[in-house]
Write a protein that binds this ligand. Sequence first.
Ligand SMILES: *[C@@H]1O[C@H](CO)[C@@H](O)[C@H](O)[C@H]1NC(C)=O
Length: 142
Amino acid sequence: MSPLIMMSNILGFMLIIVAASKPCYGLYLCRRHLYIRNDLENHLPLKINCWSNDNDFGLMILNFTQEASWSFKDNNIWGTKFECDMEFQLEGQMKRGQVVVYNNKKKIRTRECRKRCKWSVREYGLYAFDEKDKKWDFKIPW
Ligand SMILES: *[C@@H]1O[C@H](CO)[C@@H](O)[C@H](O)[C@H]1NC(C)=O
């Protein structure tokens, strides 16, 4: 194979990689970060139990202002989904919810998170951080 043909093959291959990795351009940049933070106004602990398609992260207890986080790459073929059971005390009552916090195949937020998918857990429900407007949007009531 002549060096010129080899070069054009390599270029073609690189183009395929770049095209396949859209919309996050480049392999490293495709990593996403998911955060769940306890912002409960009563400062009580939050219990979360999260799982993805192929992992169960077990029970975690987040004290006020603590957060749990995960880094991962989207699986564009099978989909990437994170789901959590959440539980906390509110005025002596147990509040519970099961929430899909990430799904690359389905729109669950008004604006998709690009790199950092942040959730704030509060007494009224979950707030999603809008990376564009830099503000918290109320999304999911309990
Ligand atoms: C959360 O708070 C409890 C009670 O104050 C404390 O015992 C525990 O170590 C804290 N957990 C973490 C992970 O900071």
